[in-house]
Design a protein around this ligand. Sequence first.
Ligand code: UD1
Ligand code: MG
Length: 449
Amino acid sequence: MTEDKIAVIVLAAGMGTRMKSDLPKVLHPVAGRPMVSHLLATVAALSPERVVVVVGPGMEAVERAVAPHPTVVQAERLGTAHAVAQARAALEGFAGTVLVLYGDTPLLTGDTLRAMLARRRAADAPAVVVLGFTPAGGGDYGRLLLGPQGGLDGIIEYKDATPEQRALPLCNSGVMAVEGGALFGLLDRVGNANAKGEYYLTDIVALARADGRACAVVQGAEEELLGVNSRAELAAAEAIAQKRLRAAAMAAGATLIAPETVFFSWDTVLGRDVLVEPNVVFGPAVRVGDGVEIRAFCHFTGVSVGAGCIIGPFARLRPGARLGEGVHIGNFVEVKQAAVEDGAKINHLSYVGDARVGAGANVGAGTITCNYDGFDKHFTEIGAGAFIGSNSSLVAPVRVGDGATVGAGSVITKNVAEKALAVARGAQMELPAWSERFRARHQKKADPQ
Ligand code: UD1
Ligand code: MG
């Protein structure tokens, strides 16, 4: 049935001048992912037949971010109707429902879009379904003009509205579901004789009504429809996204002692019975296994953590850190691009990068893998069950064999055989009673008689 087919047009040609940024607005991240990618992920769940993104000139970065979806360039920014019209060729022959979305509304949910699609399928077959909302502060949104039966008769832009119309509570979110077969014919008839001199997409409602077609409103929550035009609105969108992610993490079985201080990325995965203490940040691509304890003030990016690990407080796990099960990572420890195998411990003040730490190894306080020579990165291997004494430097490339011991304070530049002891530090010398003589000499200088 053609009615069940969906095409999506995402408008993203706006410069986003109020962001005062070199990055196109829709690429600003919310919860670690560009706004437009959130939207595309939401629509992907509806299995659309086609998706087209309308971009402005010179927005190659947006084109790359939305690939493989095609983009069309709106050369001149003549209004939302003009922007949608740019998708005409891309939607040639499409007769289902066209969803028109704005690239800067990352919080829109699939359920709301589904409600709009369901309304399109109702017996009165509305040509246009508009997503309306009632923002608490009113605001300068377009106002929805309802008929006596509650159907939608038109949309008046705020700049063109009378004081009475401006006082109407129900506003246009900008999201529309339009009959594909009618859309471009309606757009052809939109003029620009209005306050902004723009071709308004909103005018298609009155045009459809003039043709005797029904139009309808579905209402959505303000939280979901926040459009991001400034850095302050970006922060507001981030706050809503974080609230959702915290709720989802708790619903999936994690304990967050102070949820409002824990920050997630869109793709963070926490297992069951994970405990997260206050002030923890999860950057993109983090997976945490069951029963992990994450103590306060930890930072994770691009990391996998096996079941039963204890991390922190104050640990930093960077991209490519892969922890096995039951690993302990303590305070002020940084791990990057390293496999730390089951049961290994790195408990204090260490840097472990470009390395493998074998199962059950114990890496002492202040151990540094010296992985970088200014040009290349080199690998350090610490064997299973090895013991690295405190304040040791392992100058890569180097290997410490299974079960070997490195004496505290060593600078290890050569491979250590398994089960061996390596000590590489200045030999200790001792002069008996030297301190006593030294102090006596100074005492005499200060007090000659
Ligand atoms: C629009 C609606 C208004 C609604 C509001 C919700 C129209 C005429 N008005 O107003 O009823 O209450 O959104 O936020 O549609 N864009 C292009 N090309 C253009 C113009 C706009 O791609 O030529 C894109 C923008 O990048 C943006 C979206 O369309 O993503 C909306 O444009 P904007 O100028 O923000 O419209 P509003 O004045 O906010
Ligand atoms: Mg706007």
